[in-house]
Design a protein around this ligand. Structure first.
Ligand SMILES: [Zn+2]
Length: 355
């Protein structure tokens, strides 16, 4: 299975990405898609992928992109979301080659209000394609799941047609992911919105596949962003299986590629079941946030007495503590925590040793 597609390090897109997803679907393998916000998260993901010999999906949200360039306000983030996403993309293009890892570079949920973000990124994709013969991003997500199905798919069809000119994939959402993430608050949605109808999946598939097969479907089956008390989230992965079976009745040569949003906190047993039904991409955000923080917390607990002031620790009142509060030292612990977490997940999901 090693290096089955002869994938090179760097960004994967177009036909190569299409073949990769088909292969993963047939072999019951899903890739992890990790929301990154800064160099530390990107480097941690790349390093863990290099160690595990796997392919990773690095994704940036609208507000994560804005944060990347230094904007920590939620307001007026359009310019910073565009610029941040582009700078992160350039960084990942180079860093993925440096780390020797094939990467799928993706943007996460884009709601109707932020479609001008994707419009701007599409312009950059065009320029990049004209200069280098490849797109800047591998794929973009458009999330119009709160609107009616026809409207959702009409707009997504327009974007798929545009993306297709540059080998860019589209991810759509059908039914809504519950909970709250990055300013998209679905925590008060009625429960029935959290479960997609298989007929709607087939409707979307039929419309989109007329344009291109380069798309993934985030079909909701009760999934929720964030981590909650056990029992609060009722998952029904069989929706994915029913959708595959329904598609089979219409066209048995095709297969649906699904995305699992809100993967953090879900048992591996359920994740594996979802993979069996065609999930090829699993999004992780909250668990990465926890490990980022937990690394700092762990460091603080172990070195508390050396972190109270610049001078003075148990070894003497004027002993310098520079070696303890240098951010490189304590951020290294966050990186270690994220990497250890990812290595474990790659291992459990069996997506290591792909390259
Ligand atoms: Zn999501």
């Amino acid at each position: 299975m090693k290096n089955f597609l002869n994938l090179k390090s760097g960004i994967i897109y177009g036909l190569e990405l299409n073949k990769l997803f088909s292969y993963l679907n047939k072999k019951n393998i899903a890739l992890l898609a990790i929301n990154c916000i800064d160099n530390l998260t990107i480097n941690s993901v790349l390093e863990s992928a290099r160690i595990s010999k796997t392919i990773v999906i690095i994704q940036f949200s609208y507000s994560g992109s804005s944060f990347f360039i230094g904007n920590s306000n939620d307001k007026n983030s359009f310019d910073s979301s565009v610029k941040g996403a582009i700078l992160a993309a350039y960084y990942i293009h180079e860093a993925s080659i440096y780390y020797n890892v094939p990467v799928i570079l993706h943007t996460d949920h884009c709601t109707k209000d932020n479609l001008n973000w994707i419009d701007s990124l599409l312009n950059y994709n065009k320029d990049f394609f004209n200069s280098y013969g490849k797109p800047l991003f591998s794929s973009h997500m458009i999330d119009l799941s709160i609107y009616n199905l026809k409207y959702n798919i009409d707009i997504c069809s327009y974007y798929l047609n545009e993306f297709n000119k540059f080998g860019i994939f589209l991810e759509i959402e059908l039914g809504c992911t519950g909970g709250e993430e990055d300013g998209i608050d679905n925590s008060k949605l009625s429960k029935d919105k959290l479960y997609t109808k298989p007929e709607n999946v087939i409707y979307a598939f039929k419309k989109l596949s007329k344009i291109s097969n380069n798309f993934l479907i985030a079909a909701s089956f009760g999934n929720t962003h964030g981590v909650y008390k056990p029992g609060n989230v009722l998952l029904c992965p069989k929706i994915l299986l029913r959708s595959q079976n329904l598609l089979n009745k219409y066209n048995n040569s095709n297969i649906l590629n699904f995305v699992f949003h809100g993967g953090s906190g879900t048992s591996f047993k359920i994740i594996k079941e979802c993979i069996k039904y065609g999930v090829v991409k699993i999004n992780l955000d909250t668990d990465i946030q926890w490990n980022y923080w937990n690394g700092v917390l762990d460091y603080y607990k172990k070195n508390k007495l050396y972190l109270k002031s610049q001078l003075g620790n148990p070894k003497g009142i004027y002993k310098p503590n520079k070696k303890f509060y240098d951010p490189r030292i304590w951020l290294k612990n966050s990186k270690k925590f994220i990497i250890n977490y990812l290595l474990n997940v790659f291992n459990i999901l069996g997506c290591n040793n792909l390259i």
